[in-house]
Write a protein that binds this ligand. Structure first.
Ligand SMILES: [Zn+2]
Ligand SMILES: [Zn+2]
Length: 325
């Protein structure tokens, strides 16, 4: 990262050395590997933000995702090189409240180059889109839990699972990129509009596909689906809370199993980036199957697909599990 400010003499010497050894990749310009003067350097905290930056930025941006493919991004730790990337990027795309390590590094390093996508539209409370009704006997437990979550005013960061919210964030991103790179502002706006059309199409598919279902409750491994369940009138029952590493208590597991039975859940959902063990335990106990419902916090290590295709797979999974017509 300090290469950028290396004296020209050093750069020239390096170029000469590279030429001698037959490596010519960097000899066309003065920039070091990784820094492309023709493109806006964007750092994204995790996959959905990378997806947005690539779609809205196109070939005019170079996007770095701080989260490794296949790794759960909530608890991402940054190495010094990544902190350096944050301090040098022309735009840092992050979601305050989702990745504490990124929040901290952005606060220290990014200044006004940071774009907090959590500020685009007010976030839902952590309990919104949750499962809040009065079954005999479980009322007390549910209230206790909601009170606990509500007491710290927690907000739910999983905004990208509502495609229309993601579209609006894409529009704002186009504005930010246009401010960084005014010559191409029109292209950013145009790409955001194209993406919006695709996301609105996806939204229509979800609305139609989940209109008529025999069940509307989904048992999920952590409560990542509040925006999706609110948008499409489903209810989520989370085994864990807002972050996957919250260990559920035995009481919580028993309560979830009870809920699953009561709502005749045929499927307990787990995630690609988190161990399915707990979901499997509950599924066995209530005689349900397990299936992946992907919160798209990151793509799996095998890759394959993008936000749009994984969302469509999620829709099919939901339609099967909830017996939608
Ligand atoms: Zn999450
Ligand atoms: Zn219930």
């Amino acid at each position: 990262m300090t290469f950028r400010t290396a004296p020209r003499a050093l750069a020239t010497a390096t170029a000469a050395l590279l030429a001698l050894t037959g490596v010519t990749a960097c000899s066309n310009d003065d920039s070091p590997a990784g820094a492309d003067p023709q493109r806006v350097d964007v750092v994204a905290g995790f996959y959905p933000l990378q997806f947005l930056a690539e779609r809205v930025g196109g070939d005019d941006v170079a996007v770095t995702n701080l989260a490794r493919p296949g790794a759960e991004p909530h608890d991402l730790e940054l190495n010094p090189g990544q902190v350096g990337q944050i301090s040098e990027a022309e735009l840092v795309l992050f979601l305050h409240g989702f990745q504490p390590a990124v929040d901290e590094a952005v606060e220290q390093q990014a200044g006004d180059r940071a774009f907090d996508v959590a500020t685009v539209e007010p976030l839902l409370d952590a309990t919104a889109g949750g499962h809040d009704h009065d079954h005999e006997g479980e009322e007390e437990h549910a209230e206790e839990e909601h009170a606990e979550e509500a007491s710290d005013g927690a907000k739910d960061p999983h905004v990208w699972l509502d495609p229309t919210r993601l579209a609006t964030i894409g529009d704002k991103l186009a504005e930010r990129l246009g401010a960084v790179d005014p010559d191409r502002a029109g292209e950013y706006t145009q790409r955001a509009a194209t993406l919006r059309t695709e996301l609105e199409q996806l939204d229509t598919e979800f609305t139609e596909g989940l209109k008529t279902c025999q069940r509307r409750e989904i048992v999920v491994s952590h409560t990542a689906f509040g925006y999706l369940t609110q948008k499409y009138q489903l209810e989520q029952i989370g085994i864990s809370g807002l972050t996957p590493e919250d260990e559920p208590s035995p009481q919580r597991l028993a309560a979830v199993a009870e809920e699953a039975r009561e709502h005749q859940a045929t499927t307990i959902f787990f995630e690609t980036l988190v161990s399915p063990k707990v979901a499997e335990t509950i599924a066995r106990e209530v005689g349900a199957q397990t299936a992946v419902l992907d919160p798209i916090e990151g793509l799996s290590a095998e890759g394959g697909g993008d936000y749009l295709s994984v969302m469509r797979t999620n829709l099919q999974t939901l339609r099967t599990a909830l017996s939608c017509s």
